[in-house]
Design a protein around this ligand. Structure first.
Ligand SMILES: NC(=O)c1ccc[n+]([C@@H]2O[C@H](COP(=O)([O-])OP(=O)(O)OC[C@H]3O[C@@H](n4cnc5c(N)ncnc54)[C@H](OP(=O)(O)O)[C@@H]3O)[C@@H](O)[C@H]2O)c1
Length: 299
């Protein structure tokens, strides 16, 4: 099967399409034929070595899959061959990927493969970060126009929050349509002087945004850091890591098919163009998600 692999860390051109053995699902796993995957910031960080969690290459990146079950391993009763599924699964930049059934959810016909591939990592990150948002909470989302941020805006709004997002002006109208009550252009306005105290900050930018965010956080508020910022010593600080969850994805899919949550697709490309997709993601200017269809696979 075709797989995107890399022999060294480095720029987007280290990504190569190679032939590898078809993986076999073990107990509790299924083999999924990948129809589409999507890019997350983690992809270019791991590819380049900015984040070093995988050890030395070779490795295959890709966290999101939407596809069709090709084979089931032992002790699997949840899914059968030909079922359409989606989920957060490592190594999805390939023709096939093995996934634990607990990471997958059924893909209903009301959710196409493009949208399903765009959702898992970004939507789970936002969903799991914002579980304790209460009606009336004031929630500040940094990088509100990005893959995680635009879903966080909608989920916080759906839970009854007053939502403030940081983004460039070009994205403001769109973010208001998604439910932002206030939008701040971080390139022209210092959010620490423009925002009244908030209950929750979701920091998707990191670095010095940590300490600055504390300045607008209520004494009993929470700073949820998904990126790594400089506020870890504060008692209101929480480090956030996404985890795969088919159960959470079922709830997310229900919201999407009911029209209560939508995922922005910046563009759809092919896995053959993955180096260019990494370049775009690394630019930090993608609005929503880049989806990659598997080589010549119709979605
Ligand atoms: N810890 C976890 O479990 C976890 C999970 C997922 C993601 N993350 C991390 O969360 C971060 C966001 O992920 P993502 O997938 O949403 O990234 P992304 O889609 O690449 O984010 C792109 C967006 O960032 C915005 N942006 C760039 N610089 C900004 C700034 N200084 N202030 C406000 N907005 C800014 C841009 O909007 P404008 O064009 O409007 O500037 C753009 O739309 C990444 O660092 C990622 O690694 C962590």
């Amino acid at each position: 099967m075709k797989t995107v692999s890399q022999r060294t860390v480095g720029g987007p051109d280290v990504l190569r399409t190679v032939e590898t053995e078809m993986p076999q699902p073990a107990a509790g796993e299924v083999l999924v034929r990948v129809v589409a995957t999507s890019i997350n910031a983690a992809d270019w960080k791991l590819r380049s070595g900015v984040v070093d969690r995988l050890g030395p290459p070779p490795f295959t990146l890709g966290l999101d899959v939407s596809g069709v079950v090709a084979e089931v391993g032992p002790e699997v009763s949840e899914f059968r061959p030909h079922d359409a599924v989606f989920g957060m699964v490592f190594g999805a930049n390939a023709e096939y990927v093995v996934a634990p059934v607990t990471a997958l959810a059924p893909k209903s016909p009301g959710l196409d493969h493009t949208n399903a591939a765009a959702l898992p990592t970004a939507a789970l990150t936002a969903w799991q970060a914002l579980t304790d948002v209460r009606p009336g909470d004031r929630v500040l989302v940094h990088a509100a126009a990005g893959g995680v941020g635009h879903l966080a805006v909608q989920l916080a709004k759906a839970r009854g929050a007053y939502v403030i997002g940081t983004a460039r002006t070009i994205n403001h109208e769109h973010l208001r349509r998604l439910g932002s009550d206030e939008v701040i252009d971080y390139t022209t306005t210092d959010f620490t002087t423009a925002v009244a105290p908030v209950d929750i900050v979701l920091d998707l930018v990191g670095g010095e945004y940590g300490a600055r965010s504390l300045r607008v956080l209520k004494p009993d508020g929470r700073l949820i850091d998904a990126q790594g910022n400089n506020a870890a010593d504060d008692p209101r600080y929480r480090r956030h890591y996404v985890r795969p969850s088919g159960a959470d994805l079922r709830e997310i899919a229900t919201m999407v098919t009911a029209g209560r949550l939508s995922v922005d697709i910046d563009r759809v490309m092919s896995l053959a163009d993955i180096a260019e997709a990494h370049r775009l993601s690394e630019s930090g200017r993608v609005r929503g998600k880049i989806v990659l269809t598997a080589w010549n696979t119709p979605t």
